[in-house]
Structures are given as C-alpha cells and as structure tokens.
Write a protein that binds this ligand. Structure first.
Ligand SMILES: [Zn+2]
Length: 561
C-alpha cells in the first residue's frame, strides 16, 4: 500500500479500533459467539474452532467488543453473543468451566478465569452493569477461597482482581491480592531479582502488571520496583518500535512478536506510570504508533483461497481471507505478519483422532491476539490524555477528544500538538524522548505562552476555555539498527528509519531464510528477510502532502483499566 498525497491521516486510536470490527463480527459464528482460535496457512486457508474458543477467545472478544464500543461510541454486533457464550459456562461454584466436547474436557482453568474477568470488568465498570457485577462477585469469591496460583498462567488473575477491588472494594478480593502477591514474590517468585525470566512472555507480563498494581495498592514499594526491573528487562529484549517476543530465552532460531505481549507490555508500563514512571509513556507511544498498529491484518491476500472450498463442523474455509481483516498477528516478524512456519505439537490435542484438523499445518494466526490488539488500543486511548484536577495531561501525543479538550498530534509530519480547550485548564504536555524543555514552544495565536518544565512534562499557566494552544517541538529523523534473535542462536538485523516516534521504514539485512524451531523436525522457513507474507511498514509516501483530521468520538472513557 502506498500513500496518495492528501490521503494521509494522523494515527487515530478510534479508527484503529473500528478496524477490529470486521474481525470481531466475521471470524465467529455470530449467533453463538463461537470463535476460531486457529487460522492455518493451508490451501485453501482454514480457520478452526479449538479449545480456546469456549472461554479464552470469547472472553477476550467480549472484553474487546465492549472496549471498542467505549472507544468509538458504536456497538459491535457480536458483543451480546460473546457475553452470552461465556455466561453460559459459569457454574454454581462461581468458576467458569469448559464444557465436555470433542475438543475440550469439563475443566476449570485459572488463566481462563483471568480472561473472563476482563470481560466482566468491561461491563461491570464500563456500563455499571448489574449482571456483570454479580457474576464478577461470584468469581472473585471463588478465587478468594482457592489456593493461590503457582506459575505465570494462573497468576494472570491478579491484575483483574486488583481492578475489581479498586472499583468495588471487595474484602475477599483484598485477601486474594495479599496472598497471591506473597506467593509470587516470596514463596515461589515468578521473576529473578534482576527482572529477567524465561518462557511465556504474555502470561509473565500480565502477572507483572498485576503485581505492579498490587504493590501500589498494598503500599509495597519493593514489589513495584521489582516489576519496574521486569519491564526494563523485557524492554531490553524487545525493539524500540514495540516488537515484544512471544517467548524469552528460547533455545532455537525462531523469534516472533505476539500481539498479546504488546498488550501486556503496555499494561505493565501503565501500571508503572501510576507509580511515577511517566517516562514509560514514551515507550507506549512508540509501541502503539509502530508495531501495535502494524500487527493488524490489513488484507487476506496472503492466505490461499479456493472457489470450491467447503466448511466442516470445526473448520471454516469459505471467506477466511475477508474474515481475518482486522485480526492481529500471533507471530509477526519486524517486517511480516508471520515470522516463520511452525506446526502445533501433538500435546495440544484432547484425542489423537483430531490430528488431521490441527497438526502438520502452518499456523498463520492465533486469535488470542486479535482481541488483545483492540484491548491494547483501549489502554492507549484511555490514558492518552486525561484531566486531573484542573490540568489536562497529554501523555501520548496522539489525537484524543475529551469533553474538556480536543488534542491533535502532528507527528510524523511536524512536531506539534494542538489543543482546543472547552474548559479553563492548565495544559501539561509530555516531553518526547530526546527533546529538552527549552526546545518546546507554545502559543495561542501569535501570543507566546510561557512553559514550566515539571517531571518530564512542560506546563502552561491556566488557559481560558475556547482558546487553542499550539505546542511545537523539534522532530528528529534518525536511522538505527535493530537486532532480534535468541541468545546463542541466529540473529536478524534491520535498519530502522525514524522520524520522531514514527518508524518510516524497516529494511532487513542479509537474514537467514531457514532456521531451527524446537517444535519441528526439519529447519523451517523464516520471514525475517525481504520475502514473506503480508509485508509490514509499507509507509513509503507517508510524508507526502498534508494530513487530514478524522472525526473523534468525545468521551472521557469508562476507566475500565
Ligand atoms: Zn496472543
């Protein structure tokens, strides 16, 4: 995709969220909310229902649909079906159970409670919805009576329980938070003291976001500082543009960015900004402007299609190319929507007779990630600009409309932020990385506005309602090299061209096109070079012409997260 002059728009979190609606309403059975976890790079491409499609993906999708509605002010048609589906699985004990089916056993999985909790919170807080609040209370009571989790997956419950505690003040939630925090920091620590860890990044960062919030709520500064080291350790293992690995300390040649990990990385960063690390808004902004939005599937041309394709009970083959638009990458490389060819392991299956459906097929997408992309957008949108007391705080230099002010960011065309005030406010703009307070100017019309630097922001005096203040700052272009790869294995190099917080291009070096995956018997094809499915960062021509603004939905946001 090239950009025609005059067709450019500054990044709009709302527009990005609306782009999820196609996926959320199409890659699902719309009446039942039965999602498709797997998309395979077969000929024709196949989408398959799988065990995560009972609670995991529908739970995430219910939350995403509600959050997209809050961001955009528009309903997502399948939201009710997603909620009805997960509600049908809550039993008398308060837990949400998988049913007994061809692909699932009647089981309760703690990590799936975490995903359902997110959905319940999106309505319980966002809509003040009595049914969601009642179900949330029953689940939190069940968690409080449970032995605290061991390992990263069950620990994903913590973040939501902290939020439920803050929103509704439950005492059972508080006892759960105290017990889990002690378990995960003293008895069976999830992280090394330097913040590093090995293995599954999504669950670890999700738990770290929960621990950072728990540390703040419990007044345990040492826990917050430990989670700060976790964030920094993971940032060191990621790129500046938000490529966050799915697995860390992996012992083979393959590495990919999972969108769920981008979401958790942003969630952990936001938790730490509440503890004073507002400099992490810069990491969030670079991640959102670049690898988060690039991880969204723009088209289905990379997936084979056949006019004769037929659907089966568990597999959809018709219209998959159309349905995946608006999904998010499960395993992106820095410059392709898929980093390598890999199959599922046999242990994935309930019974071996399911092998023809799930095994020996290249996985193109895993749809935990698609609702996670929308949730990541919500996290950025809710915190981009906020009014605290009589101050408008601009944390992300992106478009955002609040009842009190409309904020318009000028990057990557120019280093500007324009703010129209609809209430008398002081305006505090976060300093982009590398920009000193002295390099920022502000003016209302021709009249300069004095700025006071404070804790990484520059602040105006109180300004009148009705004025528009324009901040200007230098926008630097630079070229950097980025290297990804697991320590001791193949490394992959890229040349990354930046303008301010926006990546203009990602050019691969002479990267290997075959490598070893520990899940596979033979070396696998790699997409770290020029060739590969669904190229990313097709931003040539972005700077031509002048950008137009999109309409913004005016909302303070429900403060779910
Ligand atoms: Zn995922």
């Amino acid at each position: 995709m090239t950009h025609e002059p005059g067709s450019q728009f500054p990044l709009s979190l709302e527009h990005e969220a609306l782009a999820s609606v196609n996926y959320l309403t199409r890659l699902v059975e719309p009446e039942t909310g039965f999602t498709f976890f797997d998309v395979y790079l077969t000929d024709p491409a196949e989408a398959a229902h799988d065990w995560p499609d009972f609670l995991d993906v529908p739970g995430r999708s219910a939350e995403a649909a509600a959050l997209v509605r809050h961001i955009t002010g528009r309903d997502v048609e399948t939201e009710t079906a997603f909620f009805s589906r997960i509600y049908s699985f809550q039993e008398d004990d308060g837990w949400f159970w998988r049913p007994e089916t061809t692909v699932t056993r009647h089981e309760m999985h703690p990590e799936e409670q975490a995903l359902v909790l997110g959905a319940l919170l999106s309505r319980a807080i966002g809509d003040d919805d009595a049914e969601a609040q009642g179900r949330l209370t029953r689940l939190v009571d069940a968690l409080a009576a449970w032995a605290a989790p061991v390992g990263p997956f069950g620990s994903m419950t913590l973040r939501s329980v902290v939020r439920a505690h803050e929103a509704f003040g439950s005492r059972s939630a508080r006892s759960f938070i105290e017990r889990v925090t002690q378990r995960l920091t003293e008895e069976q620590p999830l992280f090394r003291s330097d913040g590093t860890f090995a293995g599954h990044v999504h669950s670890h960062l999700h738990a770290a976001a929960g621990l950072a919030e728990a540390g703040r709520v419990l007044g345990c500064d040492a826990v917050v500082e430990w989670m700060d080291r976790v964030f920094r350790a993971m940032r060191d293992r990621s790129t500046d543009f938000g490529f966050i690995p799915e697995l860390t300390e992996r012992d083979d040649d393959v590495i990919a960015c999972e969108t769920c990990c981008i979401m958790d990385y942003i969630h952990l960063a936001i938790a730490l900004t509440r503890a004073g690390h507002t400099e992490y808004f810069d990491d969030i902004e670079r991640t959102v402007r670049n690898h988060l939005v690039e991880s969204r599937v723009q088209h289905g041309d990379w997936l084979p299609a056949s006019p004769d394709a037929m659907d089966d009970q568990l597999i959809r083959r018709r219209g998959v190319q159309r349905d995946v638009i608006g999904a998010y990458a499960g395993w992106s490389s820095p410059n392709h929507i898929l980093a390598y060819d890999e199959f599922l392991p046999p242990a994935w299956l309930k019974t071996s007779d399911l092998a023809p459906i799930y095994l020996h097929k290249v996985r193109a997408l895993q749809n935990c990630c698609s609702p996670s992309g929308a949730k990541a957008l919500y996290l950025a949108w809710q915190h981009a600009s906020v009014v605290e007391g009589s101050t408008l705080r601009i944390n992300l230099l992106l478009d955002r409309a609040l009842p009190e002010a409309e904020v318009r960011g000028g990057e990557p065309w120019e280093g500007t932020v324009s703010v129209r005030l609809d209430a008398p406010l002081t305006v505090a703009m976060r300093l982009p990385r590398g920009v000193s307070p002295k390099a920022v100017a502000a003016a209302v019309g021709d009249r300069p506005v004095p700025l006071t630097p404070r804790d990484g922001y520059v602040e105006t005096p109180k300004l009148d309602s009705g004025v528009t203040v324009l901040f200007s700052y230098p926008l630097h272009e630079r070229t950097e090299s980025a290297v990804i790869g697991n320590e001791g294995y193949h490394q992959y190099e890229y040349t990354v061209r930046w303008r301010g917080s926006t990546v203009l291009s990602v050019e691969p070096g002479e990267n290997a096109c075959l490598g070893r995956s520990r899940l596979m018997d033979q070396p696998v094809r790699l997409y770290y070079g020029k060739e590969g499915p669904h190229p990313l960062y097709q931003r040539a021509g972005l700077l031509a012409g002048s950008p137009s603004h999109r309409h913004l939905h005016v909302s303070r946001g429900p403060g779910v997260w």
